[in-house]
Design a protein around this ligand. Structure first.
Ligand code: PRT
Ligand code: ZN
Length: 285
């Protein structure tokens, strides 16, 4: 039987969330992540556990069909892979940082400087775009200590909370790109594999929509219903059910997380009471 081979990170920041996403998509694995290869029990996939840096090469060589990895690694390692879905986890940015004591005067500050990074290709693109000639010094780990040991005048690295920069006496001066985990694929997929992939993408979309939305129930006096309905975005329009108590209704709707607290505040002001917020497990539109 044909199986879609999915490469995920063996151990690191992406591993757990990649496995969780598959599990939320109803894809259960027969053996744990300790082996190199695990089979889907109830879905035609095989999971290959690799170092994230190796995933692009495995897909380009056709050993894996798709993979989950940071967009930053995709941009650094490959030009051939297509982003099939953005996965909304492992968010970070790739930034240039310099010693805190230095005065930053804009990208031209970097001219002639030595910049340490594990991402020379992305950095070179950025420098070229800004017409800056600088000396890129590639190192594999602990990039953040390069300035303090006199190895470089600036660094280009992944930043999440910024606390690593802070504790190394550095400040972030340019955000070059924003990254998140993505599902990527190569260019030559058989029709059978494409069908499995489409089915999995459909499930992933349902899971991701559900993660970024909440189901909201509230009670409202009937005279305020028009106002409340106008505040709610909803999928189509909210469900309104009369309460046992005369003159009151229950309103059910779905709210996206990006405007969630705003909308809740507006609902309260419009007379909503007894608000309940419930996570959604899957959302198929
Ligand atoms: O062993 P393998 O090669 O598979 O893993 P890895 O060590 O190369 O990668 P890993 O597991 O550290 O990260 C995998 C992916 O997670 C990265 O490619 C990014 O896409 C994403 N990601 C998200 C991050 C971070 N956030 C992050 N904070 N990757 C690394 N960091 C580092 C950052 O470089 C900094 O040094 O974590 C440190 C802490 O960051 P602050 O700003 O929160 O202090
Ligand atoms: Zn890596």
């Amino acid at each position: 039987m044909v199986k879609l081979r999915i490469a995920i990170q063996k151990s690191g920041r992406l591993s757990e969330k990649s496995l969780q996403l598959l599990s939320d998509c109803g894809i259960n694995l027969s053996n744990g992540s300790r082996t190199l290869l695990a089979a889907g029990k109830n879905f035609p996939v095989e999971i290959l556990f690799l170092r994230d840096d190796d995933i692009p090469g495995y897909i380009e060589d056709g050993v894996a069909d798709v993979g989950i990895l940071g967009e930053n690694v995709v941009l650094e390692k490959s030009t051939e892979l297509k982003i099939l879905s953005r996965l909304n986890f492992a968010r970070c940015r790739m930034s240039i940082a310099i010693p805190r004591s230095e005065e930053y005067t804009g990208p031209q500050y970097l001219k002639g400087k030595r910049i340490a990074t594990s991402y020379p290709k992305i950095l070179q693109n950025y420098l070229d775009q800004n017409n800056i000639k600088a000396d890129i010094h590639e190192i594999l780990g602990s990039v953040e200590i390069a300035p303090s040991i006199g190895l470089a005048g600036a660094i280009f690295d992944i930043v999440s909370t910024g606390s690593t920069l802070l504790s190394n006496g550095l400040k972030e001066v340019e955000i070059v790109l924003k990254s998140e985990a993505v599902l990527v694929g190569g260019n030559n997929m058989t029709e059978e594999k494409q069908q499995i992939l489409d089915k999995m993408l459909f499930r992933m979309n349902a899971v991701m929509k559900a993660r970024t939305n909440r189901y909201v129930l509230l009670n409202a006096p009937n005279e305020n219903l028009d106002k409340i309905v106008s505040i709610l975005p909803g999928m189509k329009s909210p469900t309104i059910v009369p309460l046992a108590e005369e003159g009151w209704s229950a309103v059910h709707s779905v709210i996206g997380e990006e405007r969630f607290w705003d909308i809740i505040d507006q609902l309260k002001e419009a007379g909503a009471q007894g608000l309940l917020v419930i996570p959604i497990e899957k959302m198929v539109l």
